[in-house]
Ligand binder design. Structure first.
Ligand code: MF3
Ligand code: CO
Length: 249
């Protein structure tokens, strides 16, 4: 059984989400050629500290940083390091915070300077797939509606969807039930209800859908070495439909 959240709980997730949105906004303008992924993690940590929140990922199952930085063929969970971003890279930035016992989680993929037209299209389609998925997060809809929206948008544009990682419920834990796959059929799966808080994540590969895990135990990369993009929002299902809690810009 999925525990539905009260309005007071959603309000707590909303507060944590405003911080997450602010961190991503701040990081976006900080991404430049020459900037290392570790620099980005440090910035994220400073933003989170200033907001008096706690990084959700640091220490989670031994994860060593506040931020996931997934460059080019990295799909998700890239660990910040000394790699310096260069023009033409795409970098996924994924951050989570905890505030007063409630979590929020969101991600964007940023283009570093000018990128190839295919990479730009990949990033745009992955973002578009997220907003199409969120549109389907309606009370009385089903998880499969969200999954199908992601898959049809990605595959309709000639890309593939990741199958080994999924979006998730969120609340007093960063990962809660239900899992939200990037593939599926409409009108299948768990029924969506008012009071659900979900971290919907789109993970789209330019080439084949298969991924592999690097020896660091965290970084997922595409098996074919082609680029991958990632976007994520924490949303709540309300009487009026989906509310994007991590909305930025
Ligand atoms: N948004 C990612 C996820 O839900 C980030 C998790 S990183 C981890 O999987 F370190 F917390 F695992
Ligand atoms: Co997540």
């Amino acid at each position: 059984m999925i525990q539905l959240k009260s309005e007071a709980e959603i309000q707590n997730i909303r507060k944590a989400s405003k911080i997450v949105a602010g961190v991503l906004e701040g990081l976006k303008s900080f991404v430049k050629p020459g900037c290392s992924t570790k620099d980005l993690d440090k910035k994220a940590e400073q933003f989170i500290e200033k907001a008096k929140a706690t990084p959700a990922f640091k220490g989670y199952r031994g994860y060593p940083a506040c931020l996931c930085t997934s460059v080019n063929d990295a799909v998700v969970h890239g660990i910040p390091n000394d790699y310096r971003l260069k023009e033409g890279d795409i970098v996924g930035l994924d951050v989570g915070v905890e505030l007063d016992g409630y979590y929020s989680d969101a991600a964007i993929t940023v283009c570093v300077g000018k990128v190839s037209s295919q990479a730009k299209k990949l990033v745009e389609v992955t973002r578009e797939a997220l907003y199409k998925a969120i549109d389907k997060a309606q009370p009385s809809g089903r998880i499969g509606d969200i999954s199908y929206a992601i898959q049809s948008c990605a595959e309709g544009n000639g890309f593939s969807v990741v199958r080994d990682y999924v979006g998730h419920g969120i609340g007093t834990n960063v990962h809660e039930e239900p899992g939200i796959p990037n593939f599926g059929q409409p009108n299948t799966g768990l029924k969506l209800k008012v009071g659900m808080a979900l971290a919907i994540e789109t993970m789209v590969n330019m080439g084949d859908w298969r991924v592999k895990l690097l020896d660091d135990g965290w970084t997922a990369v595409t098996a074919d070495g082609k680029p991958s993009a990632h976007f994520e929002h924490t949303i709540a299902i309300t009487d009026n439909g989906p509310e994007i809690l991590t909305k930025y810009g």
